[in-house]
Design a protein around this ligand. Structure first.
Ligand SMILES: Cc1cc2nc3c(=O)[nH]c(=O)nc-3n(C[C@H](O)[C@H](O)[C@H](O)COP(=O)(O)OP(=O)(O)OC[C@H]3O[C@@H](n4cnc5c(N)ncnc54)[C@H](O)[C@@H]3O)c2cc1C
Ligand SMILES: COc1ccc2c(c1)CN(c1nc(C(=O)N(C)c3cc(Cl)c(F)cc3C(=O)O)c(Cl)s1)C2
Length: 485
């Protein structure tokens, strides 16, 4: 059978997890003619209604854009489905707002994009390929990774569901509606794209010496919404990443296409637990985020705050990302990081480029033999961005408050203007280039060292100067010479 290149690859790939990375990698592999079965435990997001102001957004930057570019999706996202953020807008305690640009060039902006839109766009793109089958409402229960055998709990609705999997009888027996049943599948390669709490990773841990470490941080997050004004306009300047840095906690707001902002409040769980009623909540916001109250509206703030629980934030490192030539972890399943660099999705999308480049280099049908190389190329870089994000979290208290942060940013921008080729501020290497993450950290160390040396040099120079002036004064002032008798 030679229709659209299936003859190239009889290799069947099962992608577990139809989130941002699972839906993206399905597109890349479908393009190469692989037979892809994508299993997603939730129902098809494109079928549920859009709740206004419930949009969760993310910062998309170069690494993620580069992956979308290879799928031909970048242009429409930039032009129609995202908002450019050219700078941070920092809201300090007395309502004053400072702007710190992301870069000196006009093309140095980041994009605010809706997570759900991106996921639906990638699912629709994947679904267009004949060699891709998406199975929603399929939750991975069991996996025999050696055999490539997966067992899903499938919420089958009551019409006859012809499961296209050749290992099953062609027609499911007539089932009562929404009766959970088990569906088996066999594949040659399994991609674990099932997020930070990955079931595929859980099964891998039993199979091989997988180094694994995780860390929950004390902070949780909760999403709030700044609706458009009565006249339907943005309530704040839209082309900025708004930040309310308050030491131990902070708020971040990104703009949405519907002219609302999605606000993320980061705070220790113990502080969330102290805000037990409306008065305490409003007093807290009056004290720490006074300018945000009219924007969030009191009712909206109260309603949202008490109807959602704060979610935890976890950081996960593991190694290797593959099990022989059979299983590969990608995205948060491989490297979950705290969001304080806005790189999680960008990093997961970059995983897809790395895998795609390996198939370019080693051969289209060599997916099974490049899994080891993927781990080699990716682990150090992903561990580096995981560390960078955690470093930012720790620094967050002063990230945009401490004098030294402002001095450092100003100094960085000055050095970047003076020596643009050798001095690129760390966050702009991470955000505006595809410099391997671990090289960004090396450059950061080098830059920190340089700064220390320059500072030491000036301190010594200053000391020397002081000494010379003192000596000069001493010589020219005889009274200083007399010895006390
Ligand atoms: C508050 C916050 C802010 C963030 N901001 C940014 C940002 O600004 N920029 C950025 O780049 N990143 C950001 N991130 C990180 C980003 O959200 C993640 O890195 C990204 O979603 C990872 O994508 P993924 O596909 O690997 O995992 P997920 O998006 O978690 O997708 C996993 C999918 O697998 C499915 N699944 C899970 N278990 C199973 C199972 N057993 N069987 C079948 N399916 C299953 C889930 O339903 C889900 O659809 C942020 C994260 C948080 C929490
Ligand atoms: C939707 O929820 C979220 C939650 C957190 C983030 C994002 C979206 C997007 N984020 C980005 N962070 C950077 C960055 O490099 N740094 C150092 C920053 C880190 C922090 Cl914590 C911050 F507040 C500002 C900057 C900044 O520089 O603007 C970008 Cl560049 S984008 C963090």
């Amino acid at each position: 059978h030679h229709q659209n290149g299936w003859h190239k690859n009889h290799v069947r790939v099962a992608v577990v997890g139809g989130g941002l990375v699972g839906s993206m990698i399905s597109c890349f592999l479908a393009k190469r003619g692989y037979q892809v079965d994508l299993y997603e435990m939730r129902n098809d997001p494109r079928k549920s209604e859009h709740v206004v102001g419930k949009s969760i957004n993310l910062a998309l930057s170069e690494r993620g854009r580069s992956a979308l570019r290879s799928l031909g999706l970048e242009k429409e996202i930039i032009e129609k489905y995202s908002i450019k953020m050219y700078s941070r807008m920092i809201h300090d305690l007395n309502g004053r707002k400072r702007i710190i640009p992301y870069g000196t060039r006009p093309d140095q902006y980041i994009l605010s994009v809706s997570r759900r839109f991106l996921n639906e766009l990638l699912l629709s793109k994947a679904e267009k390929y004949e060699n891709v089958h998406i199975h929603f409402d399929h939750k991975l229960l069991q996996a025999n990774l050696k055999q490539g055998h997966l067992t899903f709990q499938a919420m089958i609705d009551n019409d006859i569901n012809i499961d296209d999997n050749i290992f099953n009888d062609k027609h499911e027996k007539q089932q009562s509606p929404h009766h959970p049943k088990q569906v088996e599948s066999y594949s040659d390669i399994i991609l674990g794209c099932d997020g930070a709490y990955s079931a595929v990773r859980r099964h891998m841990i039993k199979l091989l010496l997988l180094d694994y470490s995780q860390k929950y941080i004390e902070h949780g997050y909760l999403e709030l919404c700044i609706p458009p004004t009565k006249s339907g306009d943005y309530a704040m300047e839209p082309n900025h990443l708004h930040i309310w840095p308050r030491g131990d906690f902070m708020m971040i707001a990104l703009p949405n296409l519907d002219r609302s902002f999605t606000v993320t409040l980061f705070m220790q769980f113990k502080i969330f637990e102290e805000l037990t009623d409306q008065t305490k909540l409003l007093n807290f916001f009056q004290k720490y985020f006074p300018d945000s109250i009219p924007l969030l509206t009191k009712d909206g703030l109260i309603q949202t705050f008490f109807s959602t629980k704060p979610s935890p934030l976890i950081s996960i490192k593991c190694k290797p990302y593959n099990y022989e030539d059979k299983v590969l972890l990608m995205g948060d399943a491989a490297h979950a990081m705290v969001p304080f660099y806005g790189q999680g999705m960008n990093c997961g999308f970059e995983d897809c480029i790395v895998l795609d480049e390996l198939l370019d280099k080693h051969g289209n049908d060599k997916l099974d033999s490049v899994l080891d190389i993927f781990t080699e190329k990716r682990v150090d870089n992903c561990h580096a961005i995981i560390d960078l994000a955690m470093y930012n979290y720790v620094e967050m208290r002063d990230l945009v408050n401490k004098r030294s942060f402002i001095i450092r940013k100003t100094f960085d921008n000055m050095m970047h203007r003076l020596f643009p080729t050798i001095w690129t501020p760390l966050y702009s290497m991470v955000t505006f280039s595809r410099t391997p993450y671990h090289r960004c950290i090396q450059d950061k160390r080098w830059q920190d060292e340089m700064i220390d040396r320059i500072l030491k040099f000036f301190l010594i120079l200053f000391g020397l100067l002081m000494f010379l002036i003192a000596a000069k004064l001493f010589d020219s002032n005889p009274t200083l010479k007399t010895r006390p008798n």
